[in-house]
Design a protein around this ligand. Sequence first.
Ligand SMILES: [Zn+2]
Length: 324
Amino acid sequence: MAGAMVEAELATGLGRSRDNRFEMQSQCIAARKSHADAVRARDGTEVARPCPACARTTDHRRRFRVNDCDILQCSSCGLGRTETAGFDPAAYYTSDYFSGRHADGYSDYLGAELVLRREFARSVDFIRKYRGTGKLLELGCAYGFFLKEAARYFDVTGIELAAEAARHARRAGVHVLHGMADDATLRAIGPLDVVVLFDVIEHLPEPRETLAVCRRQLNPGGIIVITTGDFGSMAARLTGARWRLMTPPQHLWFFTHESIRRLAAGLGLVVEHVDHPWKIVPASLIIFQLRRMLGLGRATMASISRCGIPLNLFDAMRVVLRAP
Ligand SMILES: [Zn+2]
């Protein structure tokens, strides 16, 4: 769980690098062929699952299998879901996640602080177009870089699952609670004007329940700002199982415009804005990904963590939901 808008770029090529390793390790063409047949056989079959966006049980189509997880898609709203057993977020989102020691995590989050904060300052400007001031909560705030920028205009609080990241933010003077966003924690924080989930909702085991908890604390006219991948985007549809954000079990959900709209409507929220914003991404992140795709080892990237590169693949969306 990251609290950073650059996370979309991080996952680039994960599926591809795993496939490459598979290719390299496999000496047997027949084994590869039977594996491909097995994948094809699973594709297209339908099963019933409760859809958190539609808020009812719907038919789900098996789309593909990635990292030993089945990826299903709601036939009604298009929401993708990861079927996995035994994924423990608390065991996964540790300091390793932010420092390049997880293949699906961040390359050098702390070293990229300057680039990230420049990007987060732009996010604050964006949010202020919809709500200029008041109490702001960020779920999955990592080291608190966004909150430091937001604190210039808002009374800020963060919730972060990675204990070391939460400690780091607190040492930097940011009000960050360690743990999950449950009802008791949100009630203790009090009424909110802005709730921010940057590349976080796709990681939540119960996205509808978590948003409902936030919704209950939202003042009239308050907003929830979400960034997440767009499963309905051209890039996602063209690349399928190899989409850069198709990284289960880290990503549990793959939202579309329609699934966001239904999820919001069911919680009494109005979709006020949707776009696919440009982002400034740390160069170290892009190189981290390229090296992984090419099967190269990790490199020290402190010197280039400070460089930012504008990037937009139009497959990640930014959504503003408003409480009437
Ligand atoms: Zn649905």
